[in-house]
Design a protein around this ligand. Structure first.
Ligand SMILES: *[C@@H]1O[C@H](CO)[C@@H](O)[C@H](O)[C@H]1NC(C)=O
Ligand SMILES: *[C@@H]1O[C@H](CO)[C@@H](O)[C@H](O)[C@H]1NC(C)=O
Ligand SMILES: *[C@@H]1O[C@H](CO)[C@@H](O)[C@H](O)[C@H]1NC(C)=O
Ligand SMILES: *[C@@H]1O[C@H](CO)[C@@H](O)[C@H](O)[C@H]1NC(C)=O
Ligand SMILES: *[C@@H]1O[C@H](CO)[C@@H](O)[C@H](O)[C@H]1NC(C)=O
Ligand SMILES: *[C@@H]1O[C@H](CO)[C@@H](O)[C@H](O)[C@H]1NC(C)=O
Ligand SMILES: CC(=O)N[C@H]1CO[C@H](CO)[C@@H](O)[C@@H]1O
Length: 573
């Protein structure tokens, strides 16, 4: 069966492709970031008007301003903190950010000083990054790592996550932790974006709209400029879907391209607060494909503490070199209609299909051959298969127990999945408010008995259905470069870009006790999928489509959700 997240993701592939009349400074072809930086005259931006609008500001615009001393990283942190306060405390309570980093200003000051002396370490030097709250950071910095659960409040992890080490080495600043679907949506049938600690994250494009999950707060934070860039994690749809619902560009990397290690150490050198070592992956949710490529280039790579990363091709490509407006010329893009675009099987709105057809025309216009249909041989089996759930239930219990055991301190006393279930039952005010009571997946997972023969059989079937007889079979049979499809079960990459927005007359639906979906103006995206470690190509395809359509700029969040603080308000204060 499709998981909740996959269905929601498919719901999101919708209607109108709005061709924007706005223009952003555009990168020139494959030359990428360095050319862009050189092309910007530093003297151009000396007035307040030239300061980047933080709602939309790109990493390259921020670097230009930092390099030209128009503002500092300290200014950036102050401005983003103020924007977070605006929407968390005064605005419509989007509940996107759980905590801000009390050490961020000091880190920014040190990185500003270093820039003056020896220049920048990377394109992320002095750039604020928000992390999903299941990505570990050392408690000494002042922030919790809780997956949104009170059971982990005040707990102390032994180390930064592997991706956090790479970010810090590149000079990035961790601005804060984002709200999420508690335990990355692996607790039961809870609404996307709800956690005990953070409450209900909501979308910035329509009041109380579903932000999708589980990287909900990461998605909302990026969508309205509460930070420069964000990281999320995906097991099954959790980067792709919030990217889709929040008008973003996002990359779900191949499992094993980005490290999951560095939290607690036990049986397996543990990932983030895990669901499954076989499917978890970390990737960027950002406002542009360029920003996503910059972040991925820094967080990708081998980490000795996560042996799944040893399988990746070396060296890590510079994904900004893939940013080519002509990347789709001469390529073959397949459309797997059977099951994945079937209204009955997926619940897709008819308007989704209309929008998708327009996107195919755009892709043809960009020089690609659209091969339609290009079905996955395993499509019908994927629809009815429960193999993924079998694997995730077993993995979750083993790895979550190891996470709890590996913590240096946990004030709640919880040390296992069984104790977590008890903790939630014992603390209804914190973890079981009315209509948020489901622990069905926890309970299913707790009932598993380890890596039995049936588990290994399901794991093998899962890979076979998704990859061997799924995506790889279709790519080979039709001689394709990429597909449009959900690919989580194969551990394969997905790059998602804005496609359109629900029309103003759409019938508002219910998504959870506190959320609605669909709703007027809520965004939806288009995903490019490929085989393992094909991110470089997929980034190029997504960039070509993004640059042609510029759909993100066609619609903004609703006014009360847009913070007003800008750099001019903090410079010199
Ligand atoms: C964690 O959250 C608690 C409660 O909000 C706070 O007191 C504490 O400073 C945070 N940070 C750490 C590292 O525990
Ligand atoms: C990673 O290491 C663990 C523990 O040593 C081992 O059980 C597992 O098979 C390894 N996985 C891979 C993909 O190498
Ligand atoms: C869609 O799926 C339904 C049920 O699985 C099936 O009856 C129908 O023929 C499919 N539609 C198309 C166009 O394939
Ligand atoms: C796993 O997939 C295989 C192949 O489609 C199928 O025969 C089997 O019933 C599936 N197992 C589960 C638990 O869904
Ligand atoms: C909880 O859900 C039920 C059934 O959907 C509904 O009738 C009730 O109003 C909800 N309660 C709250 C407090 O939202
Ligand atoms: C919304 O408006 C469009 C065109 O204006 C129309 O084609 C469509 O049927 C309307 N949808 C609903 C749900 O009213
Ligand atoms: C950092 C921050 O703004 N945290 C907020 C998260 O949301 C809760 C509930 O709205 C607020 O109380 C926190 O201040």
């Amino acid at each position: 069966m499709f998981s909740f997240a996959q269905i929601k993701w498919l719901h999101g592939l919708v209607t109108l492709v709005l061709l924007s009349t706005c223009f952003l400074p555009q990168l020139e072809g494959a030359a990428g970031a360095s050319t862009f930086l050189k092309n910007r005259a530093p003297t151009e931006a000396t007035s307040i008007e030239a300061l980047p609008d933080l709602y939309e500001a790109s990493v390259l615009e921020l670097q230009n301003g930092l390099d030209a001393s128009l503002f500092t990283s300290v200014d950036l942190i102050k401005a983003y903190f103020a924007r977070i306060d605006e929407v968390n405390l005064q605005g419509p309570a989007l509940r996107a950010i759980l905590e801000t980093n009390p050490s961020a200003l000091a880190q920014a000051a040190a990185l500003d000083a270093e820039r003056k002396v020896s220049g920048k370490r990377s394109l992320l030097h002095g750039i604020p990054v928000v992390l999903k709250d299941n990505i570990a950071t050392l408690a000494s910095e002042g922030m919790n790592t809780t997956a949104g659960s009170f059971s982990l409040l005040g707990s102390i992890v032994p180390d930064d996550a592997g991706v956090v080490k790479k970010l810090r080495a590149a000079g990035a600043i961790i601005l804060g932790k984002a709200n999420l679907s508690e335990f990355a949506e692996f607790r039961g049938n809870l609404p996307s974006g709800w956690s005990g600690r953070g409450g209900q994250t909501t979308n910035a494009y329509f009041p109380s709209a579903d932000p999708c999950g589980s990287s909900s707060g990461s998605g909302v934070s990026a969508s309205i400029g509460l930070t420069a860039v964000t990281l999320g994690t995906e097991t099954d749809g959790s980067i792709t879907c919030p990217t889709d619902h929040n008008n973003l560009a996002g990359i779900k990397p191949s499992v094993g391209l980005t490290s999951r290690a560095g939290g607690a150490y036990s049986i397996f050198p543990l990932p983030l607060i895990p669901i499954s070592e076989h499917q978890d992956t970390v990737g960027p949710l950002t406002r542009s494909v360029t920003d996503a490529a910059i972040v991925l280039s820094i967080i990708a790579g081998i980490d000795p503490n996560d042996n799944f990363t040893l399988a990746q091709p070396s060296p890590v490509p510079d994904y900004t070199q893939a940013l080519d407006k002509n990347a789709l010329v001469g390529k073959r893009i397949g459309v797997p209609r059977s099951v994945f675009l079937n209204e009955t099987d997926t619940g897709l709105d008819p308007s989704v299909l209309a929008a998708f057809e327009e996107a195919l025309d755009t892709i043809r216009g960009l020089g690609a051959t659209v091969v339609d249909p290009a079905d996955l041989p395993s499509a019908q089996e994927i629809l009815v298969s429960n193999n993924e759930t079998v694997v995730l239930d077993v993995d979750f219990k083993i790895q979550l127990n190891a996470w709890f055991e590996g913590l240096l301190v946990n004030p709640s006393g919880v040390r296992s999945l069984a104790e977590l279930i008890t903790f939630d039952n014992d603390n209804p005010a914190l973890e079981e408010p009315v209509n948020f009571t489901s622990q069905s997946e926890f309970i299913e997972s707790e009932a598993t008995t380890g890596m039995t023969a049936a588990y290994f059989q399901s794991l093998a079937f899962d890979k076979e259905l998704g990859a061997t007889r799924g995506i790889d079979a279709a790519l080979q049979a039709f001689n394709l470069d990429a597909l449009v499809l959900p690919a989580a079960i194969a551990g394969y990459p997905i790059v998602t870009v804005p496609l359109g927005f629900y029309p103003d007359n759409v019938t508002i639906g219910s998504a959870g006790p506190l959320t609605v979906y669909p709703a007027p103006g809520v965004p939806f995206g288009l995903s490019f999928l490929g085989t393992g470690f094909s991110e470089f190509q997929l980034v190029g395809f997504a960039y070509a489509y993004e640059q042609k359509t510029m759909t993100r700029l066609a619609r903004k969040a609703f006014p009360a959700a847009i913070p007003t603080t800008q750099l001019k308000d903090v410079i010199g204060n």
